[in-house]
Structures are given as structure tokens and as C-alpha cells.
Design a protein around this ligand. Structure first.
Ligand code: AQP
Length: 328
């Protein structure tokens, strides 16, 4: 079976974008792949996090993985910080990275733009991400298209290591799902919906109250044309809402267009709000069950044990090849 590795940062309330772009694929992939799904808490702290919020958000992400249908008997679910081999290999990867290639990362440029001081963690974080992937010798990495550049760096670091220390790492492939992989902000369709956004109305959080979801959708920005037509270039706002509709129902984009042919945005938004609310309600019910059951920490413990076993093997071999004296 091919190995899959991915994760979500506990850097805010998970959005429907995280669900559609990431978790939905995690659930599909677990059936015929050996999967490792992390809560990437070490990545989250590259931007300052309030400790109580980081703690709660980390548990939320883990519980949402389970609520979304990731089966801990199939996939290893764990906190990145519970597998210290990530940080250790991250350091080793940092030492074979070049300043120039890290400076070229657009996510670093975006996140540091206009800031007086920028954390060094934000700068070297792509080397940690490379370690996350390489430590499992993962074949497939399901990511959004915004992560493509980091994956390219991972491939470069894997090739560089293999060249210097002998062929060892699998050079990973990105797995970018096709349609609707990117859900945009409700207030600005030129930006992706992000869990760390300061504008509450820009995102639908998976744990938002259904009444709040209805309100956010009714207020979502649209154009003046009032024609429900999928045209991401000229009508990005309504196209984004249609994409959310298609991903939370069994209707295709063409069927949605046909259903609302000749209608204004009002009825479409009203139905979309109901659709999203009824899609999210069972997810939230399962989430609350998981939190109440107390099973979360057992799942995380056994996930970390599985991950550590695989990660330590890689780390030992990497250190041996680099010339470290191994404990006897
Ligand atoms: N809007 C989105 N549409 C589709 N997929 C998305 N993802 C994130 N936003 C969308 C995917 O979710 C996974 C989690 O990514 P992450 O937590 O590592 O960070 P991110 O991509 O930076 O996600 P956010 O929500 O925008 O977080 P913040 O605000 O903290 O930076 C990834 O697979 C991502 O592609």
C-alpha cells in the first residue's frame, strides 16, 4: 500500500474549506492507503498562538478528524509534537536547506509582509514540513495548491540528501484534488477561506452554530447580475458558493445551474444555507460525542506510537548516513 501523510494546523477554527480541501480526501484515502494524519501543532506556533487557544484548537482538530470519519484503526491520527522525531529530522533538514530557497517561499513572503519582526520559525518551517513528509517516506501528499511550492522544496531536499548520503528518501508526489479544491472567503473571493482570518464573516467554521452559518451565507458577497452561473473568472463569488453547494450535496455544478435557472440569488442562498447547515449538523453531533466519550487521548496515544515506530527507523538511518555516532 502507498503511504499518505498530511496534516492541519490548529491555528484557528477549522473551516468548511479545510473540510472540502483536506479532510474529505483524508477519509477517501484511508481505505486503500497507509495513512498518517497529524495535527501539526509545531507548525501552528510559527505564528504566535495563545496557549489556551492552541490547546483547545488542537483537541478540536483531532476530534473533527474522527467526526469526519477518519478511522483510527485505519489511519494513524496523532499530534505532531507527540512524535519528537519530526523536530529532530526537521533540524537535520534545516542544515541541508539554503537561505535563498527558503526566501523564495511565497507563503513566507505573504505571512511576513509588512511585519516589523518575523519569527525565524516561519522562515525555516518548510524544512520541518519536508521532515514531516520524508520521515514516513510517504508516496502521496494530499495538499491544497498553495502548498505545491513547499512540496517542491521537499523533493529538492530529498534529492539533495540522496545525492550526498546515498539513495534513501522516496521523492514524494503531490496529490491535489481537482474541482473545488480551493474554497474562497465569503467576503472576498480573491482570497482563500482561512481559519486564522480576523473577519468572522469570511469563513464558515465547522463548529459554527447552524443559525450563524445561515446568517453568514445570507450575507456572503455576490455580484449584481443575479444569475446563478458557474464562472469563476467573471463571477467568483457565486461560483465559490456553488462550489460549496456541490461539495456538501450530491448535486453537480451543472445540476445546480439548472435548478436555479431564471432565479435570483435569494432562493439559492437560502437553500445553500439549509444544505450547509444540514451537512454540518451530523458532523457536529459526532464531534460532541467524541469529545464527551473521552476516547480522544487513547486514539492520539496509539496514533503517536504507530507514527513513532515508523519515524524512528527513518531517523536512525538518516543519522547513520550523515555520520552520527549511534548509541549502542
Ligand atoms: N480555503 C480552502 N480551500 C480548500 N482547502 C483548504 N485548505 C486550507 N484552506 C482551504 C487545506 O486545508 C489543509 C490545512 O492546511 P493548514 O492548516 O496546514 O494551513 P492552511 O492551508 O494555511 O489553512 P488555513 O485554513 O488557511 O490556515 P491558516 O489560516 O492558519 O493559515 C491543507 O491541505 C490546505 O490546503
Amino acid at each position: 500500500m502507498k503511504r499518505v501523510l498530511s496534516g492541519i494546523q490548529p491555528s484557528g477554527q477549522l473551516t468548511i474549506g479545510n473540510y472540502i480541501g483536506a479532510m474529505q480526501n483524508f477519509v477517501k484515502l484511508q481505505h486503500d492507503h497507509e495513512c498518517f494524519f497529524m495535527i501539526v501543532d509545531l507548525h501552528a506556533i510559527t505564528v504566535a498562538q495563545e496557549p489556551a487557544a492552541l490547546h483547545e484548537q488542537s483537541e478540536q482538530v483531532a476530534a473533527l478528524y474522527l467526526a469526519a470519519g477518519i478511522d483510527p484503526n485505519k489511519a494513524a491520527i496523532f499530534m505532531q509534537s507527540h512524535v519528537p522525531q519530526h523536530a529532530e529530522l526537521g533540524w537535520l533538514m534545516t542544515t541541508i536547506s539554503y537561505m535563498g530557497e527558503l526566501e523564495r517561499m511565497t507563503q513566507f513572503k505573504d505571512k511576513s509582509e509588512g511585519k516589523d519582526s518575523v519569527g525565524a520559525g516561519l522562515f525555516v518551517y518548510p524544512a520541518l514540513m519536508a521532515a514531516d513528509i520524508l520521515i514516513y517516506n510517504a508516496d502521496l501528499i494530499p495538499v491544497g495548491d498553495d502548498q505545491k511550492q513547499h512540496l517542491e522544496l521537499t523533493r529538492d531536499l530529498a534529492n539533495r540528501f540522496n545525492h550526498r548520503f546515498g539513495d534513501f528518501f522516496t521523492v514524494p508526489q503531490p496529490y491535489i484534488p481537482e474541482v473545488g479544491a480551493r474554497i474562497m472567503s465569503l467576503d472576498d473571493a480573491s482570497k482563500k477561506m482561512s481559519k486564522s482570518s480576523a473577519v468572522a464573516g469570511s469563513l464558515i467554521a465547522l463548529l459554527d452554530d447552524p443559525a450563524v452559518i445561515r446568517k453568514k451565507i445570507s450575507r456572503a458577497k455576490t455580484d449584481m447580475e443575479a444569475v446563478v452561473k458557474y464562472d469563476p473568472i467573471n463571477k467568483p463569488e457565486i461560483s465559490n458558493l456553488m462550489s460549496i453547494y456541490a461539495h456538501t450535496s450530491d448535486l453537480s455544478i451543472a445540476e445546480i445551474e439548472a435548478k436555479y435557472d431564471g432565479q435570483m440569488y435569494g432562493p439559492f442562498k437560502k437553500d445553500l444555507a439549509e444544505q450547509v447547515a444540514s451537512f454540518i449538523e451530523p458532523l457536529q453531533a459526532r464531534y460532541h460525542e467524541v469529545r464527551k466519550s473521552g476516547e480522544l487521548h487513547d486514539v492520539l496515544k496509539s496514533g503517536a506510537e504507530r507514527a513513532q515506530a515508523a519515524a524512528q527507523q527513518t531517523l536512525d538511518e538518516v543519522k547513520r548516513r550523515m555520520g552520527f555516532v549511534m548509541p549502542r
